[in-house]
Design a protein around this ligand. Structure first.
Ligand code: ZN
Length: 413
């Protein structure tokens, strides 16, 4: 079961989002009584997580601030970003990105290193250890100041158990990866599905920042999805979120890497386009040399943008099919916004315009509240920042005893 959001979390999250902010504004933002906010704020100040700022200049211009009336000096509160640091890692088939953030979630440093998929889990854990150590050295941050680490991995991940049931990152299924990480680091560690982490990044820092409900569709080597409902990351049965990339759009359709036929990602992902364009492409050859194929998809995209109509047509087809799938997603969930992100957006309007056009065609005439569909292209460091945000989210719940224990911990989001 999920823990309810604690008063500490709500106060810290209000300060993170709105700071510098007064106690009255915090109470309004998080729906707590002023006396409850005062108590939580006092404890957080005593522990050094937040600090009071003296009024500077003309604050409270909306005239509604209760702290600033009758000559009483308004006191604002803000995060103490230096109170602690957290680490996020994003693994893809050809690259590892490590980000270290402060207590507010601002990225202080990122390190990107080569990474190969289909690894033995011990080797993958060793590579993460090297990447994290290097990032901390480059950022000049001592590991004793780190609250925790989260690793974002593509595939079927159970965050609660630290289990990876399947991922192209590993050379086998059913990997208890959480314990392998835990034995390599002196701070708490966890793993998460990568689409969930970019969704959390959107909620904390991006296009979903002011929304309580939205969906994210990621287009990369495969296609993923994250969903926020009532300000929480949606976790499906057994901790595993939606697998939108494997929603079916055709009977007896194209072969998907999951082993089934007709999945969305078999038509609209990077590998789907490579398979249409390169005569000798196979999923096996891809997994043996993902870096080479990453170069290939970038080359193909550049040639299509430069005017190769045949190649551009492949991106348009992929966009149209993904748009149809997103139209179905909207028909099912009716979210206010669908954010499309991931490296696949390097194709730009060649992919995105037909995507939006197809999704719009599927909208029912009676629905006057059109779902916003936006493209948001950002790099792996932001996925890693989302992983760091998960650690922060856990720390905000109980910063006095930060982070969860390894495997068996409770999900906070
Ligand atoms: Zn599939």
């Amino acid at each position: 079961m999920e823990k309810p959001l604690s008063g500490r979390f709500r106060v810290l999250d209000s300060i993170r989002r709105g700071g510098p902010i007064s106690r009255v504004e915090i109470a309004d933002a998080c729906g707590l009584s002023r006396s409850a906010v005062t108590g939580v704020v006092q404890a957080l100040q005593n522990e050094g997580w937040i600090a009071e700022l003296p009024e500077s200049g003309n604050n409270g211009t909306n005239g509604t601030n209760g702290d600033s009336h009758r000559g009483r000096p308004r006191v604002n509160l803000d995060m103490n970003p230096a109170a602690a640091h957290v680490l996020g890692v994003k693994l893809s088939l050809h690259r590892m990105s490590v980000a270290v953030t402060d207590f507010r979630g601002d990225v202080l440093h990122t390190t990107t290193l080569p990474f190969n998929g289909s690894q033995h889990p011990d080797i993958a854990a060793d590579m993460i250890e090297v990447g994290v150590r290097r990032c901390l050295i480059e950022a000049k941050i001592d590991k004793s100041r780190v609250l925790g680490l989260c690793v974002a991995i593509p595939g079927y991940i159970n965050n609660l158990e630290g289990m990876c049931y399947w991922s192209p990152i590993f050379d086998r299924d059913d990997v208890a990866f959480g314990p392998l990480l835990a034995e390599r680091f002196p701070f708490p560690t966890s793993i998460e599905n990568d689409a969930n982490m970019v969704t959390l990044a959107e909620h904390w820092f991006g296009e979903g920042r002011n929304l309580s409900n939205f969906a994210v569709v990621t287009v990369e080597h495969g296609i993923g999805m994250g969903l926020v409902t009532h300000d929480r990351l949606y976790r499906g049965h057994n901790g595993i979120g939606p697998e939108f990339g494997h929603a079916k759009i055709e009977f007896s359709g194209r072969a998907c890497r999951c082993g089934q036929l007709g999945c969305v990602e078999a038509y609209a992902s990077d590998y789907a386009i490579l398979r249409q364009v390169l005569p000798h492409f196979s999923l096996d050859s891809y997994s043996q040399d993902p870096k080479a194929y990453h170069v290939e998809i970038e080359r193909i995209t550049a040639e299509a943008k430069a005017g190769d109509q045949s190649l551009a047509g492949e991106f348009a087809k992929a966009g149209r099919i993904l748009g149809r799938a997103i139209g179905n997603l909207i028909a099912t969930l009716n979210p206010p916004k669908v954010i499309v992100t991931g490296e696949g957006l390097r194709a730009g309007d060649m992919l995105f315009e037909p995507l939006v056009a197809e999704a719009r065609k599927l909208q029912l005439a009676g629905n006057r509240f059109e779902t916003d569909i936006v493209a948001h292209l950002w790099g792996d460091d932001v996925w890693a920042r989302g992983a760091a945000a998960l650690v922060l989210q856990q720390a905000y719940m109980d910063p006095g005893a930060p982070i969860v224990e390894q495997a068996g911990n409770q999900a906070i989001v």
